[in-house]
Design a binder for this molecule. Structure first.
Ligand code: AMP
Ligand code: ZN
Length: 468
């Protein structure tokens, strides 16, 4: 299997550190808002890659963080007059609901920055002891970027070129910073901000240190794969490498994978530009399986533009897959024994398509080509498996289809439609739960209905509903 490695800038053969085990770290979202569908891209593509590694027999230790201390969280908390913790706890829970809707499996561990402060203090202490970091007069701790000779090896940037251009670096000029390129590991608290005690000042961590610390704690000093969106290559991942390698004295990650942007009207979707659509918002118009299929329709390193046309086309494609799978399931009922001679050719063709699927996934997780193999299988199933075919043949083609859709994380069982009366009863139960201030139950009912394609809307006149 080959992976395009941002570090070596070529496709490298994948060889894990420990045979049979893969350690993988994926940078997760900053939790101050509902996640947008740009954030969902790394979640979906790396979840798919994880599923494929497991399909190939690896045990995958998958860690993805929640950044729960950050300026934007503090700002949101101040605006609402609540604590940062309240904001981050709320949006972690919301993010997990979206992940479930997208069929993104929970990570082995989802660490949170605020719960990893002792590890951060430890790593910062080591960096100071090794002269890779220093504290300024106000207690801010900086990483001494020029002390790490490998700086720039991931992004291909060279410190001196950066200095000439000054484009990617914020110049400080204040506060005892030795060099413009030094970056913050720990900073003093400001009024009204969450803080922790440290040997340098009461304060909070810079952003980059959390990932170095969490990767080390949960996966080890050297990990197999580190992933995230391509906007993180510089400075976030470059800084992670500098911190980890300077502290631990060994390579940080062997393979670096970066997904390209999800764009809208050709521009990166982001919270700061305000051009984003939340996963939750999209879930009101489409089954989130459609969004998952849409994301996998392009190679993860190609930019992908969100549009209604492409989403509608993904919806139709999903429908074709689900219809074919449901039909095979019906035709396979009660299957036993070998596929008779007449079906052997179809079995061979299905197996060839599985090989094609695996070849695509082995080639740097090419989900676009893998999906093409799945669509060929759908066509084969629809033409070569008929009402007259043996159940064993249907079961054999279905098992190939299940392998492919399992790797892609696509659910192919049609949700049973709820009757209007069942929906009304659940809405009544939700209204009663809300009256009793049992919001957890009320939310659970809403989520359950959403899963079955029923969208609730709370209006002044009461609750209305529609089918997605
Ligand atoms: P953030 O909350 O901005 O730190 O982002 C969390 C993850 O989403 C990171 O891996 C980002 O690289 C990724 N990400 C954010 N916006 C986009 C986008 N428009 N397209 C693809 N990935 C994105
Ligand atoms: Zn990170």
């Amino acid at each position: 299997m080959k992976i395009y490695n941002t570090l070596t800038k070529r496709k490298d053969e994948f060889v894990p550190i420990t045979p049979g085990v893969v350690t993988m770290y994926v940078c997760g979202p900053t939790v101050y808002n509902l996640i947008h569908i740009g954030n969902a891209r790394p979640m979906i593509v790396f979840d798919t890659f994880r599923r494929y590694l497991e399909y190939k027999g690896y045990e995958v230790r998958y860690v993805s963080n929640f950044t729960d201390v950050d300026d934007k969280i503090i700002k949101a908390a101040n605006e609402e007059g609540v604590t940062s913790e309240e904001i981050s706890t709320r949006y972690i829970a919301e993010c997990k609901k979206d992940m479930e809707g997208l069929n993104v499996r929970p990570a082995t561990v989802h660490p949170q920055a605020t719960k990893e402060i002792p590890g951060m203090l430890d790593m910062i202490g080591t960096l100071i002891a090794k002269k890779h970091a220093y504290a300024g007069p106000d207690g801010t701790v900086y990483f001494r970027t020029r002390s790490f000779p490998g700086y720039g090896k991931l992004s291909g940037k060279n410190i001196d070129d950066l200095q000439a251009g000054h484009r990617d670096i914020k110049v400080s000029g204040t506060d005892g910073k030795e060099d413009d390129f030094d970056f913050v590991l720990w900073k003093p608290k400001k009024e009204g901000e969450p803080y922790w005690e440290s040997p340098w000042c009461n304060g909070r961590p810079g952003w980059h240190i959390e990932c170095s610390v969490m990767a080390r704690r949960y996966l080890g000093d050297t990990i197999d794969i580190h992933a995230g969106g391509e906007d993180l290559i510089f400075p976030h991942h470059e800084n992670e490498i500098a911190q980890s390698e300077a502290a631990n004295g060994v390579p940080f990650a062997h393979y670096w994978m970066h997904n390209a942007f999800l764009n809208i009207d050709g521009v990166k979707m982001s919270k700061s530009l305000g051009n984003f659509k939340t996963v939750r918002g999209v879930s009101e118009m489409y089954d989130l399986q459609v969004l998952r299929l849409f994301m996998l329709s392009a190679h993860y390193r190609s930019p992908l533009n969100f549009s209604k046309e492409l989403m509608d086309s993904a919806k139709a494609s999903l429908e074709r897959i689900v219809t074919a799978a449901e039909r095979l399931r019906r035709l396979a009922e009660g299957a036993e024994g070998e596929v008779p001679e007449a079906g052997k050719e179809t079995v061979t063709a299905a197996e060839a398509l599985l090989t094609k699927f695996e070849d695509a996934m082995d080639d740097d997780c090419n989900t676009a080509d893998a999906l093409a193999a799945l669509f060929e299988l759908v066509r084969l199933a629809n033409s070569a498996v008929t009402e007259e075919s043996s159940q064993a043949l249907a079961a054999s083609v279905l098992s190939v289809m299940d392998k492919m859709t399992g790797v892609l994380g696509l659910i192919t069982k049609r949700q049973e439609e709820l009757l209007d009366s069942e929906i009304e009863a659940l809405i009544e139960e939700r209204t009663a739960a809300r009256k009793a201030r049992d919001f957890a139950r009320a939310d659970a009912i809403r989520a359950e209905l959403l899963k079955k394609g029923i969208i609730l809307e709370d209006t002044r006149q009461g609750v209305t509903w529609k089918r997605a």
